[in-house]
Design a protein around this ligand. Structure first.
Ligand code: PHE
Ligand code: ZN
Length: 866
């Protein structure tokens, strides 16, 4: 048999280009939806009031819909008056004003892709960003078509909670067994912000009064058993509402704000207008079942989705190429909010460390793309660290340059000009420039150039002229298929330190000790006069730009900055630079160890949270992201292990003393308490590594008396990693304790999957556990995400095959997840031989085996590399 296969995947899944953008031919003023949910099918009737805006055909988008009926202005359409293609419904000769009514049948009960309307556990919910709405009904499903929605939902009485965006205007029974609600959203919105929910849910209620004096009803919906875990989220919501009023002058606009927690969700959460839908992992929190990290993530995700109400919903994106317009700005806003939850220094450390490990790595591989891509096959593949986190860094650079007051003038202008519109990155830059009176247009290329710029420099001091000359240059990697990169504006925040006193020098008559240099050419020279002695320069303070720094420091100078820098972020950054030299360039660790020995105890006594971060050692995957060829995972591990062992040995006394000084105390959700827990766990890890006689006994005790998950999990990790005699018993105890707490069981899987010496057999066994579930992305990621931190085992034929098999299985079931899992293999081409050839063969084995646009695009990108 001869099967015709199209060799060009992109012909099957066409590439879409930013330059081809065309405004919509028809607008939709109102849409009336009637959604009737039944066990084996759901019927959706939608009525669109449409108006012609431009010449062209009236085309509605639809995917996996069974069309039952279509009407134009109240009469059934004859088959020759419309055309139904695979993903479009074209109304032929449509008048300029018309009412289009369609009726379709869909199957949320079988929808495992988690886009459109689907069933998660026992409830129905929707996910429509970016292109899920077309799986619910025929519609011009694109973000620049804004309409007013009225939604009638009908379901069996076993689903008493029926929610949609906006205000509840009517509810009632339909016969004895069924009921309905009708909701009206007064604001115009794009289809990706539509949401509805049907379930049997408990609700936590509260309220907030806006600065305009308007009361807002706040409601968080979950399964009954989880409702007590919603208080953290509720408080964070109120804090976010107040913060946006105080920092951006933005008040909430609707009468209610609802959040629904669902257990099966591809991402963290979704900002649907007035009806957010959250992954349970981003809304539920309790000391017993959540770590401090996840508790913190709940708060920042609540803030993120709330802030989208202005940056995303009231002002939305013209097209999906502009995704970073809403995501980058909103991440910048949630990061700024999080500064109020922990020290700004630690917040910046955490944001920069995830930027460097995720975004820099992405930008160094075959999936590298600009924050605003100019083409894509599958937009779901572009919810990336680059769009989100580099997008946030670009806004941060502009904010740094403008200063607080002028940045606020700029954002005020953005909201004033564009409220209610679907706009572009240019509209943001234009508003910020005009509102602040500072031209920011030279930042535009940051949005369109891929790759991480490298800033290189030298400093020269001349004692005779008392002049310090700093030479900085930038280089941006050239990526295939992109034009030669142009120099970017790079704000470089610096200070100069006196080597003798350890004090920062005054840089001007106003007593400033810090200044921002604008590097906007390939190479620039900056001169500082009246400098009394050879200074030490601290560069890129607060990580003022998302760049790699390559300054010709002596190791001793970085060690000096570790001790004398005046803010915690810069201390941490100096330590990281030193660590990268040790791990990547084979530098001797002695300067680092000496500095750590004096610095750590000092910091620990005043800021345990910062001290815990000073003990961050770049991960193996981060180190790998900086090695472009001949990468040997075993060699990298052994270098890193040797360093960790040296740290453990050098600070042996500190571990014992500080563990004893950090007793377990009653739980508190404060930055101080979080710091003590984080430091205690970090110390316990190093004590276990140092082989301190009773370390594992202490771990075992900590497990038993733990008052919260952070303590229990931190202890269990050491028992498992160091094969303590009781590690199996404790793992069983953990499992039994939390059997009914899905998020805690995710931690149980994750902990075992991240064991540094886990073998592929152990991982395979974990994935055959009865509680492993391909339908629940959190559970899948608990293994795939954690195992990915173990490159020694991943980069083998069997390890790569594990990811390839999962990607193949998920290709039909949940392509968004399948594509992300395949991305773990993206840097295969950097491996040393024979691994490189072996892993490449595994990747090539997927060719022709996968069909979804998400997985096919990722596979093609992986194959193009190397
Ligand atoms: N827009 C969501 C957010 O960042 C993320 C998301 C994208 C969720 C796509 C689901 C699907 O807040
Ligand atoms: Zn977002």
């Amino acid at each position: 048999m001869n099967i015709a296969v199209n060799p060009d995947d992109h012909a099957v899944h066409p590439t879409i280009y930013l330059k081809d953008y065309q405004p919509p031919v028809f607008g939709v003023s109102t849409i009336d939806l009637d959604i009737r949910i039944h066990d084996t099918e759901t019927l959706v009737v939608s009525t669109l009031e449409m108006q012609r805006l431009h010449a062209g055909e009236l085309v509605l988008l639809g995917r996996d819909l069974e069309l039952l009926n279509v009407q134009l202005n109240g009469s059934d359409l004859a088959p020759n008056s419309y055309r139904l293609d695979k993903e479009t419904l074209t109304i032929l000769n449509a008048p300029d004003q018309c009412t289009i009514k369609t009726e379709v049948r869909i199957h949320p009960e079988n929808n495992t892709q988690l886009e459109g309307l689907y069933k998660s556990g026992g409830m129905y919910c929707t996910q429509n960003e970016p292109e899920g709405f077309r799986k619910i009904t025929f519609f011009p499903d694109r973000p620049d078509v804004l309409a007013v929605y009225t939604t009638r939902l009908e379901a069996d009485n076993q689903y008493p909670t029926l929610l949609a965006n906006g205000n509840l205007i009517e509810a009632g029974q339909v016969g004895a067994d069924r009921h309905y609600t009708i909701w009206q959203d007064p604001t115009k919105k794009p289809s990706y912000l539509f949401a509805c929910v049907a379930g049997d849910l408990a609700v936590l209620k509260d309220s907030f009064t806006t600065m305009e004096g308007k009361p807002v009803a706040l409601e968080i919906y979950t399964e009954e058993k989880d409702i007590e875990k919603c208080h953290v989220a509720m408080q964070a919501l109120k804090d976010s509402m107040l913060w946006d009023e105080e920092h951006y002058g933005r008040a909430y606009d609707l009468d209610n704000y609802m959040i629904v927690a669902v257990s099966q969700f591809n991402m963290g959460a979704m900002e649907n207008k007035g009806l957010n839908i959250f992954n349970t992992s981003c809304v539920l929190s309790s000391p017993e079942t959540s770590t401090d990290a996840s508790n913190f993530y709940v708060k920042s995700t609540i803030a993120h989705e709330y802030f989208h109400n202005w940056t995303g919903n009231r002002i939305t994106c013209r097209d999906w190429f502009q995704l970073c317009l809403k995501e980058g700005f909103t991440v910048f806003r949630d990061q700024s909010f999080s500064d109020t939850l922990q020290s700004p220094a630690v917040q910046r450390i955490d944001d920069v460390s995830s930027l460097k490990s995720a975004q820099f790595a992405e930008d160094a591989g075959p999936l590298s793309h600009p924050p605003r891509p100019d083409h894509f096959v599958e937009i779901n593949n572009f919810y990336t660290a680059t769009v989100y986190d580099k997008g946030a860094e670009i806004v941060r650079m502009m904010a740094t340059l403008l200063g607080e007051e002028n940045f606020r003038l700029g954002t005020d202008e953005y909201f004033r000009r564009h409220d209610g519109e679907a706009v572009t990155v240019e509209d943001l830059i234009g508003s910020l420039s005009d509102g602040s009176g500072t031209d920011l247009w030279n930042f535009l290329p940051w949005y369109s150039q891929p790759g991480t710029p490298v800033v290189t420099g030298q400093g020269v001091y001349d004692a005779e002229t008392r002049r310090y000359t700093l030479t900085l240059s930038q280089s941006i990697p050239k990526k295939p298929n992109y034009p030669a990169p142009q120099p970017l504006p790079i704000p470089v925040k610096i200070a100069l330190f006196n080597q003798q006193t350890g004090q920062p020098l005054l840089l001007d008559a106003q007593g400033e000790t810090e200044t921002v240099l604008m590097l906007n050419q390939s190479k620039q020279v900056f001169v500082f006069e009246h400098i009394a002695s050879q200074p030490i320069v601290s560069l890129l303070r607060d990580f003022s730009a998302p760049v790699l720094l390559n300054f010709d420091y002596q190791d001793q100078e970085l060690a000096f900055l570790m001790q004398y820098e005046t803010n915690g972020f810069n201390q941490w950054q100096a330590a990281q630079q030193l660590l990268e030299r040790i791990l990547l360039q084979g530098h001797d660790a002695s300067a680092y160890l000496e500095a750590l020995l004096v610095t750590l105890p000092k910091v620990a006594s005043v800021d345990p949270l910062l001290a815990s971060r000073l003990l961050d050692i770049p991960t193996e995957t981060f180190i790998a992201s900086r090695i472009d060829s001949n990468y040997d995972p075993v060699a990298v591990r052994s270098i890193r292990e040797a360093l960790m062992n040296a740290i453990a040995a050098e600070l042996k006394d500190f571990w014992s003393a500080s563990y004893a000084a950090l007793p377990i105390v009653p739980y508190a959700d404060t930055s101080e308490a979080m710091g003590q827990r984080a430091l205690r766990n970090a110390v316990l890890a190093f004590a276990s590594r140092a082989g301190i006689a009773n370390a594992l006994t202490l771990a075992s005790q900590q497990y038993d008396v733990a008052v919260c998950m952070t303590e229990r999990l931190g202890a269990l990790r050491q028992l498992v990693n160091y094969d303590a005699v009781d590690h199996d018993a404790k793992l069983t105890d953990f499992y039994q304790r939390f059997e009914n707490e899905a998020l805690a069981i995710d931690l149980w899987f994750g902990l075992q999957a991240s064991k540094p010496n886990a073998t592929i057999d152990e991982i395979t066994r974990l994935s055959q556990h009865p509680q492993f579930d391909l339908n629940t992305p959190n559970r899948v990621r608990s293994i795939t995400g954690n195992f990915a931190t173990n490159p020694v085992a991943v980069w083998t034929t069997e390890g790569a095959q594990f990811y390839a098999n999962l990607a193949k299985t998920l290709d039909a079931k949940n392509p968004i997840l399948g594509s992300r899992i395949l991305q773990v293999l993206s840097r295969w081409y950097t491996l040393k031989e024979p691994l490189r050839t072996q892993v490449r063969a595994v990747i090539d084995g997927l060719q022709g085996q996968v069909t979804s646009s998400s997985v096919v695009e990722t596979l093609a990108n992986l194959q193009k590399a190397g």
